[in-house]
Design a protein around this ligand. Structure first.
Ligand code: GLU
Length: 280
């Protein structure tokens, strides 16, 4: 039987998602510039290898909070949206500067659930992505948090990144997070929890297990990662959850090393993105 890990080196169109907690320092909430610098260099190098690369980056609200000098995460929707408006611009400014170092052009693509539900705008978004990738640009995607409200927001970029992967027919999605991957139980409270290296099929038991884990609280817990995995793998992309502690892990994954949890693609012939949007 072929080792599925060894096939990852041939991936041509890769979506990489990084979360706010991985982009900022835990103690201060300020941007972790060294990590961003390493991330940008690594992404540019993937591009230099001839691969199509899309980055889904969180951090708009977190950066806005710092920029506006707020001491805690706002509860009110308009304040959160104001933070996102300020933070997204600043985040892009930092990305622009870092990518410029390597002569790599990035682009900003902001998406809402409406963009994906509406047939015309979904089609337009797919065309824009394809054109950007053809031009050698690295699109940086986030939810358009300034206009998305509770009822219509994706809310977490795990789901958004899987939807983008499906939209552009990516062959690999990597979720960089603050955990090593999937465990049989929450490893914090359960030292006997076992690490799961590979998931061939996402069964009901797995969905139940992730829902039960403590990490399902808030955005980007294990439950959202499993639901992202279902979208990505049904759409025909392999997916890996890996620890963003060192973003060089992306190269390890592409070199076939046993890093993170690999979810195997099993393209569903009847895959229709809209069905998944209605559930998310
Ligand atoms: N879109 C949010 C932001 O940029 C983050 C969503 C998430 O944490 O997944 O702040």
């Amino acid at each position: 039987m072929t080792d599925k890990r060894s096939l990852l080196k041939d991936k041509k169109r890769i979506v990489i998602k990084i979360g706010s907690s991985s982009l900022t320092h835990a103690g201060t909430g300020n941007l972790n510039l060294s990590k961003m610098e390493k991330l940008v260099r690594m992404l540019t190098d993937l591009r230099n290898q001839g691969r199509d690369v899309v980055l889904v980056s969180s951090g708009a609200i977190a950066v806005g909070i710092k920029t506006l000098g707020l001491t805690e995460r706002p509860g009110s929707q308009p304040v959160k949206q104001a933070c996102a408006a300020v933070g997204q611009a600043r985040l892009m400014m930092v990305y622009q500067k870092l990518f410029a170092e390597y002569n790599q052009v990035p682009a900003q693509v902001l998406i809402t659930k409406y963009t994906m539900i509406d047939n015309v705008s979904r089609y337009n978004a797919a065309n824009t992505f394809n054109e950007l990738l053809k031009l050698g640009v690295i699109p940086i995607v986030n939810e358009n948090d300034t206009v998305a409200t509770d009822e219509i927001e994706f809310g977490d970029n795990d789901t958004l990144s899987a939807i983008v992967a499906a939209l552009i027919q990516a062959d690999l999605l990597i979720l960089l997070s603050d955990i090593d991957g999937l465990y049989t139980d929450d490893p914090h409270g359960h030292p006997d929890a076992e690490f799961i290296e590979q998931v061939d099929v996402i069964g009901e038991d797995l969905v139940r297990m992730a829902k039960g884990s403590a990490s399902s609280v808030g955005t980007g817990g294990m439950a959202t990662k499993i639901s992202a995995a279902r979208i990505a793998t049904d759409a025909g992309a392999d997916m890996v959850i890996a620890n963003a502690r060192d973003v060089g892990i992306v190269n390890d994954i592409l070199n076939g090393m046993r890093a993170g949890t690999l979810f195997l693609a099993h393209k569903n012939k009847n895959f229709y993105l809209i069905d998944y949007l209605q559930e998310s």
